[in-house]
Design a protein around this ligand. Structure first.
Ligand SMILES: NC(=O)c1ccc[n+]([C@@H]2O[C@H](COP(=O)([O-])OP(=O)(O)OC[C@H]3O[C@@H](n4cnc5c(N)ncnc54)[C@H](OP(=O)(O)O)[C@@H]3O)[C@@H](O)[C@H]2O)c1
Length: 259
């Protein structure tokens, strides 16, 4: 896909990976529709995107956890640009701690934001994309989408759900010209994701710009699964790691939680 002039809608563009992704698409001359709940932050990102080379940037209040808000975001994109070339479902949130202590509202927030939101925007975008027989949908999952993360059981479940949804939909859309892709970030610096507790100790971190460049590359050359090179090895080792991985990561996290 040629990105100059392409219309790219990004959810969760007010910080972290979404912000870096907006800037990376702007540098390639894409037109942008940016959504999140913090409008001031979105406006600051939009300013940077215009300076970075995007010919057209709009910001929208968006709560992906509300299906009507998610649908309105896509409808506004189509009204503004009369097309949608790339949808990046990036908005997401996490929670780390002991499962039996996880507050009910956090459980609902993770499920609606990380998974339900992806369904709502995707469904809204599909109607248009199917008519035009083109489009790329990029869903931001996580390493936790293939390597369950102890002490983040609900988060891992939502990211597994995103992966299952994406792969099944990719099959359903085969031959239509629409591609569904999954990007799997590892622990990423320059984000607000670990604001509450800080990232897990002893884990290699990658900058948000790496993930952003991976997302842009995936839009240009859509593939089923995209991850930075070191994580590909981790992905390959997963069937062997299995329960041992659960145990070792569980032990490491238990220590960092008690510190
Ligand atoms: N950072 C990591 O280490 C890491 C690792 C693996 C996967 N990921 C995934 O990467 C994605 C981006 O996270 P990040 O690391 O960039 O964290 P971040 O800096 O906290 O960004 C999260 C973004 O999602 C938006 N968001 C949250 N809830 C939303 C809602 N209900 N409606 C609309 N937007 C919402 C936030 O904007 P508002 O608060 O303004 O709404 C923000 O723009 C997430 O899907 C996350 O699961 C991150």
């Amino acid at each position: 896909m040629r990105l100059q002039g392409a219309v790219v809608a990004i959810t969760g563009a007010s910080s972290g990976i979404g912000e870096a992704t907006a800037i990376a698409f702007a540098r390639r001359g894409a037109r942008l529709e940016l959504g999140a709940r913090r409008l001031e932050r979105l406006n600051a990102v939009a300013h940077e995107c215009r300076q970075g080379g995007s010919p057209d940037v709009n910001v929208r209040l968006l709560d992906v956890g509300q299906p009507a808000s998610a649908r309105a975001f896509i409808a506004a994109t189509l009204r503004d640009h009369e097309r949608l070339d790339v949808l990046v479902n990036n908005a997401g949130t996490g929670w780390m701690g002991r499962m039996h202590q996880m507050p009910e509202e956090k459980i609902s927030e993770l499920i609606t934001t990380n998974f339900r939101g992806v369904i709502s925007t995707t469904q809204a975008a599909l109607t248009w994309m199917l008519e035009r027989r083109r489009g790329v949908i990029i869903n931001v999952a996580s390493v936790a989408g293939f390597r369950p993360s102890p002490y983040s059981a609900v988060y891992s479940a939502t990211k597994h759900a995103v992966v299952g949804f994406s792969h099944a939909l990719r099959g359903e859309l085969s031959g239509t010209g629409i591609k569904v892709c999954v990007v799997y970030p590892g622990v990423t610096s320059g984000t607000e994701f670990f604001n509450d507790k800080g990232p897990p100790i002893g884990v290699v971190q990658y900058p948000a710009s790496w993930v952003a460049n991976l997302i842009v590359r995936t839009a240009r050359f859509p593939r089923r699964d995209a991850m930075v090179a070191p994580l590909r090895l981790f992905h390959l080792a997963e069937p062997v790691l299995g329960g041992l991985g659960d145990h070792l990561i569980g032990e490491a996290r238990r220590r960092s939680l008690s510190d």
